[in-house]
Ligand binder design. Structure first.
Ligand SMILES: O=P(O)(O)OC[C@H]1O[C@H](O)[C@H](O)[C@@H](O)[C@@H]1O
Length: 296
């Protein structure tokens, strides 16, 4: 059996390599582990809450309908940081393919966190599709506006925590020349550095990065993660470093920031707006892959 379901999680094992697996928690439909030939690719905090009491610190939390904390929209401003999808238990919709194994999860106001749904009372339907390839992990989202008369506006983001051996030896490539909003400096500018490197807390929203740009995480000259995006023009790059890690109760060990970097493909520079009956699709594909030097 390549797909197993229990009360809280769904586990996929690749039929051609039992050491290639992924695990998804129904809470948040959070992918919290992805092993490629026995090697874990995602970072998961040892202090992560897996019991539904808090969004998972690590893996791939799903951000919807708002990225960060909104202060201006009448309804979105009532939601906590990063919305309600990561705080809701999703419905397991089942397996849709055997090789590669593909499963789906669904969320709508009828299943979502009740308290938060009262604060953001819109009609929508989300379907998350997780595909475990021999060499990749694809997560795809479809958002439908199921209302008869109201528009739906939202952000989407895959808050992907990637596991790395050493943040100080890590570079994130292929973002050079892109406009960004630096959340630390609270300023927008164009990144003129050839690669992103890490020496302190870094929290940047790269905006409208051409989807042809394949973002890579490079460790001592080797690409250890390759992130391809479809319909996800923005990419947040984040490492909390020393102080911010100390301040997060579920971030363990405290020096765990050395072994993680978040590269978060999303649609956050603006809202996606759907008219009644419309749908929107996007996906990310994670893999290792050869080094791609791209012209910028
Ligand atoms: O602590 P959380 O709500 O999970 O947010 C974790 C992080 O998410 C994103 O990467 C934001 O850019 C950061 O500013 C934020 O700190």
């Amino acid at each position: 059996m390549s797909v197993q379901e229990n009360d809280n999680e769904v586990i996929l094992v690749h039929p051609e390599n039992s050491k290639t697996t992924t695990k998804i928690l129904k809470y948040g439909a959070t992918v919290f582990s992805w092993t490629l030939n026995g090697e874990e690719q995602l970072w998961l905090s040892r202090g992560a809450k897996m019991d539904g009491s808090k969004p998972v610190r690590g893996g791939i939390p799903l951000v919807f309908p708002v990225f960060g904390k909104n202060n201006s929209d009448e309804h979105l401003s009532k939601l906590p940081q990063h919305g309600l999808a990561r705080n809701s238990t999703w419905e397991f919709l089942g397996q849709v393919s055997a090789n590669p194994p593909v499963v789906q999860f669904g969320l709508g106001p009828e299943f979502a966190n009740e308290e938060l749904t009262k604060l953001w009372p819109f009609d929508y339907s989300l379907v998350l599709t997780v595909e475990l390839g021999k060499e990749h992990l694809k997560t795809a989202i479809e958002v439908a506006n199921t209302s008869r008369n109201e528009t739906l506006k939202f952000n989407w983001l895959f808050h992907t925590y990637l596991k790395i051996p050493d943040i100080e030896e890590t570079m994130v490539s292929n973002l050079s020349g892109s406009k960004l909003y630096d959340q630390m400096l609270q300023q927008s500018y164009v990144d003129r550095q050839p690669v992103v490197s890490f020496h302190e807390e870094l929290d940047r929203i790269y905006q409208q990065v051409d989807s042809e740009r394949i973002i890579q995480v490079v460790d001592k000259g080797h690409p250890i993660h390759t992130v391809q995006r479809h319909n996800l023009p923005d990419a947040v790059v984040w490492n909390p470093w020393v102080e911010k890690s100390k301040g997060m109760a579920d971030f363990e060990p405290k020096d765990g920031f050395k072994e993680m970097v978040c590269v978060e493909p999303g649609y956050v520079h603006d809202f996606v707006v759907l008219q009644p009956g419309q749908t929107w699709n996007a996906h990310q594909v994670l893999s290792k892959a050869d080094l791609q030097y791209q012209i910028v």
